[in-house]
Design a protein around this ligand. Structure first.
Ligand code: NOJ
Length: 712
């Protein structure tokens, strides 16, 4: 028989027919192995370090693969293709979160750029580097709405807003998967963590989440729904317990919503050990029952719990898992493999590292993203950009940091590629300024021995750039912090500088909004650079010198104090708008969602629209002219919010429905447009996800303007 006579091996036959043909040839054991994921290689994330699997069965469905060079993959794949009866290729997954080797800023920072096409380009870069290195599937994007900065994983999200997570998430799907996942430059995306993981109580990782059905539908499900519509190939079930039913055993979210309501046909993989953790969550008696609950609820593939490989055969024999449930999980796994073209191209062509990594256009995209994601938080008396001829002191643990600038996931980013801030600032100013550097102190600890020298140099300088923040390893998974202020030693450093400096600029590198109220009060200017990946140094230097006009806007609120957490813009109205504020301090955040300064100024003109009376099903445009009234070109992001004054179900006071970033040249006026779709933008969902439009008044807010509409 020629290969093409076997239906599943024939590439000209529709995928579903190939899947069913292959499935019909598989034994129970072969089916079970397909829906297991083990690890291959060594992971650099301490928390996820798996035991390296030495004797991986040739029938394994998927592997988390860690090296950069496809040689190990190809060896393993050869084992699967040649030593298994049916020659089913393995699916190789990896956490490529904000770049594989060309490391971009952390996702939270990228969201602050509000530049969706640029973000999508970055995901294309990551896909190309992954696929050429033997990775078919990334566990990204993370689209968990994140409203508690104590939760370390906020770094991996696109912030507090559902629409922002939905928009960046869909761009990631397009960027990773391209037009066709089977091409040699695309990979499968994985939406995670499904669902509600971001609601972690008190910002603690892995814990209970109290999510009403209304909030599930209002806040946590919308990003997933939009990204499923964008064509995401896979999802990951989360660790959290959703109001009593852990998400990895939650039939409602995994099957009724995702499969039945949204029609998702792709693959659902559990998070690492999430099936086993059903035992810790008091949902399952033992690992066997955990496997039964997870698969029956809709988790197709078991990542590292060893529940499916150990117990499925018995569970099927005992009738606790039906053959059709098992078959469906296998079908979904195989379908992704066919979509990726793995049956035709199981091996990764071996190429030189320099042909794969840090290509000029990849570096250019990462540089632009670093520049656009930084947020200028304060700029008193236009201290920035710095004048020429100054004496500049650079200090702080971030100033000579490398690895910590990569953030909590760094793929295969190399420390040697990272631009240091102190060197970049030196280079930026060259002979235009006299730049000196002293580290001052470490990220933490108590060694203040350099402070005397810092004081002396601060007195010498016209301005002191103090670079502080978090280590990369302080955010991300399993990195909940009860105290998100700067460590004491860094606060002391700032105080020490303040006591002797003429002017103080703070540069912050961190993976979460921090409590910086006192430090901001001391500073003349503040730049939030986040953890910027490889190219933060020149981006910060460019903002300091004025070569770059900052354009980032916050994707997550900065609280004024720890006691305000959680604080986010999309709250529902209070029963007493005039009361209920904190008695001991302000109830306002330090910096709200959407905040960020520029070196130029923008004036919002009068918005125009054809009619203020609309009805369900209508689509219309609202246009606002915006003028750059300052002295230099600048990028402006326009945020369009909707607010429903009253309704059968109360709504958040404001909801972001659209945003757009454009360049406006000095003196120019540019129109920004919101294409309103009444059902989508003025309608809302009930606690079962049913969308409706209610007659009555509704408002659009844009900048300092507001427009009233009546829905007939
Ligand atoms: C656990 C994390 O929660 C998840 O985001 C990640 O993709 C997996 N580990 C695999 O590394």
């Amino acid at each position: 028989m020629k290969p093409n006579d076997v239906l599943y091996k024939n590439p000209s036959i529709p995928i579903d027919i190939r899947v069913n043909d292959l499935l019909s040839r598989m034994t129970l054991k072969e089916k079970i192995m397909q829906i297991n994921q083990y690890t291959l290689g060594t992971n650099n994330i301490e928390n996820n370090k798996g035991v390296e699997v030495k004797q991986i069965p040739a029938e394994i469905g998927s592997l988390i693969y860690f090296p950069t060079d496809p040689e190990l993959r190809n060896r393993m794949q050869r084992h699967a293709m040649n030593d298994s009866r049916l020659g089913i290729p393995i699916l190789f997954g990896y956490d490529c979160i904000h770049g594989f080797r060309t490391i971009f800023p952390i996702p939270l920072a990228q969201a602050c750029s509000w530049n969706v096409p640029l973000f999508e380009k970055g995901c294309r870069v990551a896909a190309q580097e992954c696929r050429m290195s033997g990775v078919d599937w990334t566990f990204s994007p993370m689209i968990d709405v994140s409203r508690d900065p104590r939760w370390g994983r906020v770094a991996e999200s696109f912030g507090e807003d559902p629409y922002a997570n939905a928009t960046f998430g869909s761009a990631a799907v397009r960027g990773y998967q391209g037009r066709n996942m089977s091409d040699s430059l695309s990979i499968a995306a994985c939406l995670k963590h499904y669902v509600g993981y971001g609601a972690s109580e008190a910002g603690r990782d892995y814990v209970y989440t109290e999510i009403s059905r209304q909030s599930l539908w209002d806040t946590y499900l919308p990003p997933f729904e939009k990204c499923v519509q964008a064509g995401a190939a896979t999802l990951m079930s989360s660790f959290n317990n959703i109001s009593g039913i852990p998400s990895s055993a939650n039939h409602y979210t995994l099957t009724e919503v995702l499969r039945k309501k949204w029609g998702f046909r792709g693959l659902m993989v559990s998070d690492w050990g999430a099936v086993e953790q059903l035992v810790h969550q008091n949902m399952a008696r033992d690992l066997k029952e955990a496997g039964q609950l997870a698969l029956n609820a809709g988790v197709d593939m078991d990542m590292m719990s060893h529940a499916y490989d150990t117990y499925l055969e018995t569970l099927v024999d005992e009738g606790k898992i039906s053959t059709s449930t098992l078959d469906e999980a296998v079908r979904r796994t195989l379908r992704v493999k066919f979509q990726l073209g793995l049956f035709e191209h199981p091996y990764t062509p071996v190429s030189k590292a320099e042909d794969r990594f840090l290509r000029p256009q990849s570096v250019a995209a990462a540089r632009q993203m670093a520049a656009e994601s930084m947020v200028l938080l304060k700029n008193e008396h236009q201290v920035l950009p710095l004048k020429q001829g100054l004496k500049i002191l650079v200090t702080g643990p971030v100033a000579d940091a490398t690895h910590d600038l990569l953030g909590c996931w760094w793929g295969h980013g190399e420390d040697g590629d990272i631009e240091k801030l102190n060197e970049s600032i030196q280079k930026e100013f060259g002979s235009q300024a006299e730049v000196r550097y002293i580290k001052g102190c470490d990220f933490d600890g108590t060694d203040e021995r350099q402070f005397k020298q810092v004081e002396k140099l601060s007195r010498w300088a016209d301005i002191v750039i103090t670079c502080v923040g978090e280590k990369g390893s302080w955010s991300g998974e399993n990195n909940s912090h009860a105290d998100i202020a700067l460590p004491t030693i860094q606060r002391h450093l700032i105080q020490c500088v303040k006591a002797s400096a003429k002017q103080l600029v703070l540069v912050l590198a961190n993976g979460r909004p921090m409590i910086i109220t006192d430090e901001v009060a001391m500073a003349d200017a503040v730049i939030e650079m986040w953890q910027p990946g490889l190219y933060g140094g020149s981006a910060v230097a460019g903002i300091l010198s004025g070569r770059i006009n900052p354009s980032g806007r916050l994707a997550m609120t900065f609280p004024y104090s720890q006691g305000q957490i959680p604080i986010y813009y999309g709250r529902r109205h209070s029963a007493r708008p005039h009361q209920g504020f904190y008695k001991d301090q302000t109830s306002e955040p330090l910096y709200p969602f959407g905040y960020g300064l520029s070196y130029t100024t923008f004036a919002y003109g009068e918005p125009k629209t054809a009619s203020h009376e609309v009805k369900a099903g209508d689509k219309f445009d609202v246009i606002i002219p915006i003028t750059n009234t300052g002295q230099r070109d600048g990028l402006e992001t326009v945020f369009w919010y909707v607010s429903d004054p009253y309704g059968k179900i109360t709504r958040p006071a404001q909801e972001l429905k659209h945003f757009e970033k454009k360049l406006i040249k000095k003196g120019e006026t540019v129109d920004f447009v919101f294409h309103v779709n009444v059902n989508r933008d003025f309608g809302y969902v009930d606690s079962e996800g049913k969308r409706f439009v209610e007659p009555g008044d509704i408002m659009i807010f844009v900048g300092d303007k507001k427009l009233k509409f009546t829905i007939k």
